[in-house]
Ligand binder design. Structure first.
Ligand code: UT7
Length: 337
């Protein structure tokens, strides 16, 4: 009989650039205020990388920490998935660069482009690769240096976007634990509401595209907000039904951190009190595909979950894309150093 396999999270890690930029710092750059940013988004400060630093630097540090936490050597990795929309270069993939930095010669490597849902897309891919029995140990990283594609004169986006990386090591288990259920979806017809027009084959870099600011992230914030609130609630409810979980079974909701008001709306929809929702947007802003793995790492190191607890991770982002995963925690926590 073929044994059913499950993917459990056996280690987490994260890495943030040391430089902290506060809302008050941003008041000096654009026409905004600490009060507006905090009340509209929940953000107080964010971490921003230095000039010349690539995404792979923070991805590798987060990955090393996750491997150490898991007690897994880089040579044991079968697969490396890096979710990012700010890769070091269009190619080679950032996952290949991370492979080189870690020294993980056995791993197959692939980047995942799904905007802010990227980590969930990576997790679901890893889960399914493990379920087939082809791969046992997979590293999933979410990394973003959004500051590199931020228009620092656009107050509608520059107060939100930030840099960071988070990682998780997944391992095959014969026990029914780890990832219990997932759902992914997309709507490409709404891509224009959150996009970067330049840098690809449509608008390769020219003096004109640079002058037109095509190499910066553009967002219709209000439209994205409305879709995010609707979809994150819908897919969370749907997944609970499919997996046969009740709201009371959720120990912690770990939502993508784009806006505190989106997070609160999702919690209200699921009838979860805010003490069952992990929030760190105040300290890190929106790091896109990195928000959920950074949160996971904090939850692990702060000992906020114990084996048997169920986490519901949900995200929405560019594409549009969305994803949700229910995870039964199975590892002993890692005390923070
Ligand atoms: O990560 C996945 C995708 N991203 C998201 O999920 C982000 C979703 N969107 C949002 O979080 C919110 O829409 C924003 C935080 C971007 C904006 O909040 P909002 O409540 O939707 O504001 P708004 O865009 O409707 O703008 C309200 C007002 C406008 O002024 P008027 O036209 O009412 O005079 C804006 O010009 O706020 C103004 N505004 C600002 N004022 C001070 C926009 N940005 C700023 C700012 N400081 N930074």
């Amino acid at each position: 009989m073929i044994k059913e396999l499950y993917a459990e999270v056996v280690g987490t890690g994260s890495a943030l650039p040391p430089k902290v930029v506060t809302n008050v710092d941003l008041e000096r750059i654009v026409d905004t205020s600490d009060e507006w940013i905090y009340t509209r988004t929940g953000i107080r400060e964010r971490h921003i990388a230095e000039e010349g630093e690539p995404a792979s630097k923070y991805a590798s540090i987060a990955a090393e920490r996750a491997l150490e936490d898991a007690g897994v050597r880089p040579e044991q990795l079968d697969f490396i998935l890096v979710a990012t929309v700010t890769p070091d270069t269009p190619f080679p993939s950032t996952s290949c660069i991370v492979q080189k930095k870690l020294g993980a010669p056995r791993a197959a490597c692939m980047d995942v482009s799904a905007g802010c849902s990227g980590f969930i897309y990576g997790l679901v891919t890893a889960d399914n690769l493990i379920k087939t029995g082809s791969y046992k140990t997979i590293l999933v990283v979410g990394v973003e240096l959004l500051s590199k594609i931020t228009d620092w004169t656009d107050r509608g986006t520059c107060v939100l976007l930030a840099d960071g990386a988070g990682a998780a090591v997944l391992r095959a288990s014969e026990k029914k634990t780890g990832i219990l259920g997932t759902h992914l979806g997309s709507d490409g017809s709404l891509g224009h509401l959150l996009h970067m027009p330049g840098g690809g084959s449509l608008n390769p870099a020219t003096h004109e595209t640079i002058e037109a600011k095509y190499h910066y992230l553009k967002m219709s914030g209000n439209e994205v907000f409305k879709h995010a609130v609707q979809v994150m609630g819908d897919i969370s409810e749907k997944l609970l039904d499919v997996v046969g979980l009740k709201r009371e079974d959720i120990s912690l909701l770990v939502p993508h951190q784009a806006n505190l008001r989106i997070i609160q709306a999702t919690a209200r929809r699921l009838k979860l009190p805010m003490d069952k929702v992990y929030v760190n947007i105040d300290r890190y802003g929106n790091t896109s595909s990195a928000t959920i793995p950074i949160a996971l790492d904090e939850i692990n190191r702060l000992g906020l979950v114990k084996p048997g607890d169920v986490l519901l991770m949900v995200a929405f982002g560019a594409g549009f894309t969305w994803g949700v995963a229910a995870l039964e925690w199975s590892k002993q926590n890692t005390p923070s150093s």
